[in-house]
Structure formats: structure tokens, C-alpha cells
Design a protein around this ligand. Structure first.
Ligand code: ADP
Ligand code: MG
Length: 617
């Protein structure tokens, strides 16, 4: 029998711990911001009420976190730098939860292995504090010192012994942006903790601890303190809970769009995540309300059983996967959509609000002026032709979609104008009463009071969604003219027309361009208003130019909005009860029934309580 016990030629050696840590650091610590994240999370875990992040030279010189948390004992001040040293896992049940949060006791060991680290820590009831200094993971000092309660960890010369990584760091501006992002999401997720960000001896952020506040108000205040007042005041609150998951937080008004995605903060079970998928769910809920190339602001917290999160995703990456992605997508989208939709209603229905009968200007996209009749004069009010009430868009209502995917959700109510409580009733009942007021508003009783519909805004919404659909499918129906029209165009307009010709054709315009800037119209979309086809085409081009200059709308979105704008029934058009009914039905078939393509409300709701109040009941 071979003697294997004493063979000394084995090649497998246990790695020295410092080397193992250095290798692990490659995964855990990518840049100064990852250090800041680990340290701040530890401070939060330690119950800190105040956390300061101090950086110098974008973190390459110093990243320091000072907290007033529980501190560590003398022994722990050493042990915490050992790999897999953690005070946070008590039983195996914790493991799954912890696994989604961090590095299972790897962070401090990893950081210490690639930097110069100094720890000062004191427990409140301890006589003295402890100071530990490490270089490349080796302890070089360990002594009692005087210090205040809590913990301070200073990380200097990050990656000093990993030149490849140090050289890999991006410009100071980029690293600083990452540090600020990290600081921001941690501060947003923990409004009850005070935070300061000190950069090269300058206080960049000072965020007071918001202790005695309702979580929702604290969140809003923190958003304002961190990002600026506008972010807080131009946001809607969303809050939806089901037995499966809950979603709460703030989403920006459609007209408070941003030029980049940088201001989108999503947290899953308290942890900041990046999810292209959920970002898309949220952004798509704004469909038709945001100019192309802009993004909504949001700070959203999703809570769900960690068992539904795929933990196989690399723990250091902020990406996340769910077991039921489609279900979550549908849920998130419908909650956001409802948030946007009800926000268009809420300012009107809030009892006690003095502006109950006027649309708050906050919905107006920048540069948008209310002009119900502004361009109406030119078009006249002779649209006596019945509305074309052809087939409704084939889209599946969101609530139904979400339901199909994973059972009934409260978010089905997103299409229930009558507010929470009534069951799945999208629009008023079959034989509802309708009343046209001043040839511009449609009034109808609903369960909770009175609904007032803006006929022009509603029709714009309907036409817009159909236009988008026709352009998507390229199957816009043309109505051929008996006598083709020929028109001459000026150079500028001709160029615009040329640039949108493809989209116009897919809408159903049958147009041909000839030399000498002459244009022949042989057919127009079946859906659009009756009238001189030449005027219609010119109107759309004019509107397109106007939207382009004023709102920076581009391409198809602009074409669809221009068409909707110029062909919708105007204020001053009398509607038969049948037409009114058709308008309402079609509106509630829309993906986004509550706002016109530019974000103005299509309808408001006046609750009976509001009327009671005004009558002094
Ligand atoms: P983990 O956070 O996964 O436990 P770390 O390496 O980040 O792993 O930290 C190791 C341990 O050090 C923690 O479990 C905690 O006990 C202690 N510790 C780290 N930072 C602090 C702090 N700021 N205050 C008190 N204890 C801390
Ligand atoms: Mg940690």
C-alpha cells in the first residue's frame, strides 16, 4: 500500500490568507465607490445615526467613513479584517438574506489587502478606543487610543499594490461621480440616518437625519435635500402592496424629465440595483408622455420575498434577476402607470383643494401653453362629420395582462376611473348619462361623483395611440381621393415633408413628391377629420415644426402628436350622445387614458364629497 501520508512533494498549498484576500478584492473592490459602499453599509448595519463620507482626490488618496454606530471591541477590531469574519449571520436561515446584501464578511478583509487602512473604533461602554493599522492586509499597529464612540475607517492609497487596477481607474471626475452615486443611493434608502459628503475638505452634502417623520415624508424630504427641491415637488408618490410584492417611492412628473438615466434609483429589498428590465417597465409606463431621449426621475423601493430573487447573480454586481420577471414587469409597469394616471386626477379630486375645477399647471410640459382654441380658429368648427369610430387598438389592457401573468392584482384598478373599490369597471356603464357642456366638455356621473372629459384632449390621445400603432405596423388605412390634389411647397416645408414622408405614408397618406417642390395627394388616413386635405397636410407639417422647435419632439413621436393635435375634434364641436359614448369607450381602450399626448389631463373627477363641501353639507 502506497504511503501517501508522508509524501512531501504535493503541489497543492493553502494560499496565504493575504493573497487569498487580494484575489477576492479583485471581485469585491472595483473602485473607490465600492469601498465607500461597503464601509457605509457597515455603518448602517452598526446602527449609526450619522455617517460621514470623506474623500480626497476622488478617493485615490483617501476614502474615509466615520459613524456613531455600535463600535467594535478590541478583539473584533482585529477579527473584522479576517476573511469570512462577520457578526451578521446567526443561523443558516439568515444566509440567503445576507447573501443578497453583501460579501459575507469579505469586504474589510478585501479592502485591507489592497490599501493602507486605519480603523478607530469604540463601543459606547468601553473605557478606550482601539486603533488598528494595516498595510496590504498585514497588521502594522494595534493599540488603545482616545476616540469618540463609533467607528472610523480610513482607506488610503487604494490599489497601491495592484498597479494594474490602479491604472485601470477612470478619470477623477468619473470616480467622483461613482462616489456621489453611491452616496446618493445609500442616503436615499436611509433617510433616518444623517449623512455628510465631504470632498477635498469641502462639505458637498449635508443631509439631516429624518427621525420623527412618516417614512413617505422622510423619503420625500431626503429626495429634496439630496437632489434639490424640484425633485421632491415634481414627483408623485406611488405605493402599492400585494401579497407577493410591494412597490413604493416617488416618480417624477412626465414634464420633469431628465436628459440621462443618472437620476433613476431602484432598490430591491433595500439594496440598490440596476435592472434594465425594470427601468424599461417604469419608463414605458410613461409612454407617450416623455419626449424621445429623455428619462423620468424615480426613487423606487421594491420589496419581495428574497426567494423570488435569483441569488446566483454575482453578488458584487448590482444587477438582479427575478424568478418571475414578466410578472414583476407587468406589476411595476401597471403601478407606475396608475401612479401617473391618478396623479392626473388627484389634484382635482383632493377634497379641500381650491383648484378643484382647473387643471394644475404642473402637468404642462415645459414650453406648453394651454391653447384650447388657439389654433382652432384656423380650422373652423365645421367638423360635423361623425367621428370615425373604427376598431379600437388591439392592445391588451395592462391590468388584464398583469392578471394573466400572475393572478388578480389591485393594480387592475388602474383602469378604473371610479377609483378604488369598484370592481374592474373601466369606463362608465353602458347606458350612462352624458352631457356636453359648452361644446367642449363631456360630463357624466360616476359612482364617486362626476367625471368631466375634455373632448379635444381625449380625442388627441385616441388619435395619437392609433397613429403610433399604424406607424408601427405600417398598415395605416388610406382613403383615396376622387380628385388628387396638387400643391406647391416652399423649400423649408418641402424638406420637412420629405423627412417625414415615410411616417406619413405608413399613417395612410398617399403622397407623391415631384420635382419643383410640387406634391400630389391621392389619399389621406381614413381616421382624420374631414376637410381640405391640403390644409390637413400643411397643418401637420406646421405642427411638426412647432413641436420640434418648442418641445424638441422628433421623428415618429412628433408626427403622431402632430397628427393627433391637428385632427382631433376641436372645442366648439357639437357631439351626439353616440359620438360622446364612442369617444369615452375609445379613450378607455387607450394604453394611457388619463393624459393627452402632451401630458394635459383628458379627464378630471369631482367627488361627491367635494360638491357636498361646496354646498356646506
Ligand atoms: P460583513 O459586513 O459582511 O459582516 P465586513 O467585512 O464588511 O463583513 O465586516 C466585518 C465585520 O466587521 C462586520 O460583521 C461587523 O461586525 C464589523 N464591522 C465592520 N464595520 C463596522 C462598523 N462601522 N461598526 C461596527 N462594526 C463594524
Ligand atoms: Mg459589510
Amino acid at each position: 500500500m502506497a504511503d501517501i501520508g508522508t509524501d512531501s512533494s504535493g503541489v497543492i498549498k493553502v494560499m496565504p490568507e493575504t493573497l487569498a484576500n487580494k484575489i477576492a478584492a479583485g471581485e469585491v473592490v472595483q473602485r473607490p465607490a465600492s469601498v465607500a459602499k461597503e464601509l457605509i453599509e457597515n455603518s448602517i448595519d452598526a446602527g449609526a445615526r450619522q455617517i460621514d463620507l470623506i474623500v480626497k482626490s476622488a478617493g485615490s488618496e483617501l476614502i474615509q467613513v466615520v459613524d456613531d454606530g455600535c463600535g467594535m471591541s478590541k478583539e473584533d477590531a482585529l477579527t473584522c479584517f479576517k476573511r469570512h469574519a462577520t457578526s451578521k449571520i446567526r443561523d443558516i436561515g439568515d444566509l440567503e438574506r445576507i447573501a443578497t446584501l453583501g460579501f459575507r464578511g469579505e469586504a474589510l478583509a478585501s479592502i485591507a489587502s489592497v490599501a493602507h487602512v486605519e480603523l478607530r473604533t469604540k463601543q459606547p461602554d468601553a473605557a478606550s478606543a482601539t486603533r488598528v493599522r494595516l498595510e496590504g492586509g498585514e497588521v502594522v499597529a494595534f493599540e488603545p487610543v482616545a476616540a469618540t464612540n463609533g467607528t472610523s475607517i480610513a482607506v488610503r492609497n487604494l490599489f497601491y499594490n495592484v498597479p494594474a487596477r490602479r491604472n485601470f481607474l477612470k478619470t477623477p471626475a468619473t470616480e467622483l461621480r461613482h462616489l456621489l452615486d453611491t452616496f446618493s443611493f445609500l442616503a436615499l434608502a436611509n433617510p433616518s440616518v444623517g449623512f455628510r459628503f465631504i470632498q477635498d475638505d469641502e462639505v458637498v452634502h449635508q443631509l439631516p437625519a429624518l427621525k420623527q417623520m412618516q417614512p413617505a415624508s422622510a423619503q420625500k424630504k431626503r429626495i429634496g435635500d439630496l437632489l434639490g427641491e424640484a425633485y421632491a415637488s415634481r414627483s408623485y408618490r406611488v405605493d402599492e402592496t400585494t401579497s407577493y410584492l410591494s412597490l413604493s417611492g416617488y416618480i417624477g412628473h412626465a414634464d420633469f424629465h431628465r436628459k440621462s438615466r443618472g437620476e433613476q434609483f431602484l432598490f430591491v429589498n433595500g439594496r440598490y440595483v440596476k435592472s434594465r428590465y425594470l427601468e424599461h417597465a417604469i419608463t414605458s409606463a410613461y409612454e407617450g408622455l416623455l419626449p424621445e431621449g429623455t428619462f423620468p426621475f424615480f426613487t423606487l423601493f421594491l420589496q419581495l420575498d428574497p426567494r423570488h430573487i435569483d441569488v446566483n447573480v454575482h453578488p458584487t454586481k448590482a444587477e438582479i434577476k427575478f424568478d418571475d420577471e414578466r410578472g414583476i414587469y407587468a406589476f411595476v409597469r401597471s403601478v407606475i402607470r396608475r401612479g401617473i394616471g391618478s396623479a392626473h386626477l388627484i389634484p382635482e379630486i383632493k377634497p379641500g383643494s381650491d383648484s378643484a375645477f382647473s387643471a394644475p399647471s404642473s402637468f404642462m410640459p415645459s414650453g406648453f401653453q394651454r391653447e384650447d382654441t388657439g389654433d382652432g380658429a384656423r380650422l373652423g368648427s365645421d367638423q360635423s362629420r361623425p367621428l370615425s369610430l373604427g376598431g379600437s387598438p388591439a392592445s391588451i389592457p395592462l391590468g388584464e395582462l398583469a392578471e394573466r401573468m400572475y393572478g388578480p392584482l389591485p393594480s387592475q384598478r388602474s383602469f378604473d376611473v371610479d377609483g378604488a373599490g369598484s370592481e374592474g369597471q373601466a369606463a362608465p356603464k353602458e347606458d350612462y348619462l352624458l352631457w356636453q357642456l359648452h361644446e367642449r366638455y363631456i360630463l357624466t356621473p360616476i359612482k364617486s361623483g362626476l367625471m368631466v372629459l375634455d373632448q379635444n384632449a381625449a380625442h388627441e390621445r385616441i388619435l395619437y395611440e392609433r397613429a403610433v400603432e399604424s406607424m408601427g405596423s405600417g398598415l395605416g388605412l388610406a382613403q383615396q381621393l376622387l380628385f388628387p390634389h396638387t400643391m406647391e411647397w416652399n423649400a423649408g416645408d418641402y424638406e420637412v415633408l420629405k423627412s417625414i414622408l415615410g411616417d406619413l405614408r405608413s399613417l395612410g397618406f398617399d403622397i407623391e413628391l415631384f420635382s419643383g417642390r410640387s406634391v400630389v395627394i391621392r389619399g389621406v388616413p381614413a381616421e382624420i377629420r374631414a376637410g381640405d386635405e391640403r390644409t390637413i397636410l400643411r397643418d401637420i407639417v406646421d405642427q411638426y415644426k412647432d413641436f420640434k422647435d418648442r418641445l424638441q419632439l422628433k421623428g415618429r413621436e412628433n408626427v403622431a402628436k402632430s397628427l393627433a393635435r391637428r385632427s382631433a375634434i376641436r372645442p366648439g364641436t357639437r357631439l351626439s350622445p353616440k359620438e360622446m359614448r364612442a369617444l369615452i369607450d375609445q379613450l378607455f381602450d387607450c394604453e394611457m387614458p388619463y393624459a393627452c399626448p402632451l401630458g394635459r389631463p383628458t379627464l378630471i373627477k369631482i367627488p361627491i364629497e367635494e360638491l357636498d363641501k361646496r354646498f356646506g353639507r
